[in-house]
Design a protein around this ligand. Structure first.
Ligand SMILES: [Mg+2]
Length: 324
């Protein structure tokens, strides 16, 4: 039986506040983007190879057999993970430009493979649900794209991964939040495209090797010092921390403005890289849960593909509840 979808889902006012931070590669989608490395062959020669993100996560610490290209180093290794062609700016740009962007092309490719039966990343359904429910989210990735490129990829995801009914459900949730939080009356809603723009504009897209992101991090008084004293291997993790703190602050300020801070709030983080999971878990324990006492943090480790649900919960912390 077909579920009737109301134009405005008033029930969103009864929901808990749950927000999610997603890593992209191998967490939402298995992307075809390859990392360029050199591999030590049996004959003692280093040969250029291209490895998948999943393989890279396993071999990145095996520096006896793998190394970044001798010409260009790590920047050359991750050349496929930057915007190509480069973004014109943070806003604007045309659809044609998006279609030429390698990240958008790779996203379409990965989504088409899912359409044809390939198993998506372990948090694929969690992102779908987040969108259907119109909840705020952040994409935090080690890639080097502009926020606008990642937002475009989310739009592609909405187009491919959600059915017509699921998109209608998403629009109904979005109008529900707009009515509840912003008091929008019937007849005053924007078009679907305008309401979707408003929603996606409230979400956050952080590619931590994007130059704009790195510049913002270098200007932050706390992270400028942390970066200066960190060994270079710890820098990607620090950047993820910075992006997570940014989203948590964004959510906190938004709730304060809406006068909703007394409600139960939880923020989930999912990543398939065990190293990120470990460092983010300790960041939550040591810093975030102390600063944001009313927020519950949940970390989902999606590195083990053999798990039934594709993920395991690592940290679930809320300091002002007994038991934590
Ligand atoms: Mg990943």
């Amino acid at each position: 039986m077909k579920k009737r979808i109301p134009y405005v889902n008033e029930a969103v006012a009864e929901r808990d506040f749950k927000y999610y931070i997603f890593d992209w590669d191998d967490n939402i989608l298995h992307m075809p983007t390859k990392i360029r490395m050199e591999h030590l062959e049996e004959n003692g020669e280093w040969k250029p190879v291209e490895v998948s993100t999943a393989t890279f996560a396993l071999v990145r610490t095996d520096n006896r057999h793998y190394r970044p290209p001798t010409a260009g180093g790590w920047a050359a290794a991750f050349a496929n993970f930057a915007d190509d062609p480069p973004p014109l700016g943070e806003t604007g740009g045309s659809r044609i430009e998006d279609e030429n962007n390698r990240f958008i092309r790779d996203t379409i490719d990965a989504l088409e493979r899912v359409e044809h039966g390939e198993i998506p990343g372990p948090s694929y359904n969690a992102l779908k649900k987040t969108l259907r429910e119109g909840r705020l989210f952040a994409i935090v990735t080690a890639r080097g794209h502009s926020p606008r490129t990642i937002e475009s990829a989310v739009r592609v995801f909405i187009k491919y991964a959600l059915s017509d009914d699921e998109r209608a459900e998403m629009m109904s949730s979005l109008r529900g939040y707009r009515r509840w939080i912003d008091g929008v009356a019937d007849g005053d809603f924007g078009t679907d495209a305008e309401e979707l723009d408003y929603y996606l504009g409230m979400c956050r897209y952080s590619a931590v090797t994007y130059k704009g992101f790195r510049a913002r991090m270098a200007e932050d008084p706390i992270y400028r010092d942390k970066l200066a004293s960190a060994p270079s291997a710890a820098r990607p993790e620090l950047a993820k921390e910075f992006a997570i703190r940014d989203f948590v602050e964004h959510v906190f300020h938004m709730l304060r403005r809406a006068g909703q801070l007394g409600r139960s709030v939880s923020i989930g983080f999912s990543d398939d890289d065990a190293g990120n999971v470990k460092s983010v878990s300790s960041f939550i324990k040591e810093e975030l849960s102390k600063r944001f006492e009313g927020i519950k943090f949940v970390v989902y480790d999606t590195s083990d593909r053999t798990l039934d649900k594709g993920r395991k919960v690592c940290v679930s912390g809320q300091r002002n509840l007994p038991g934590f």
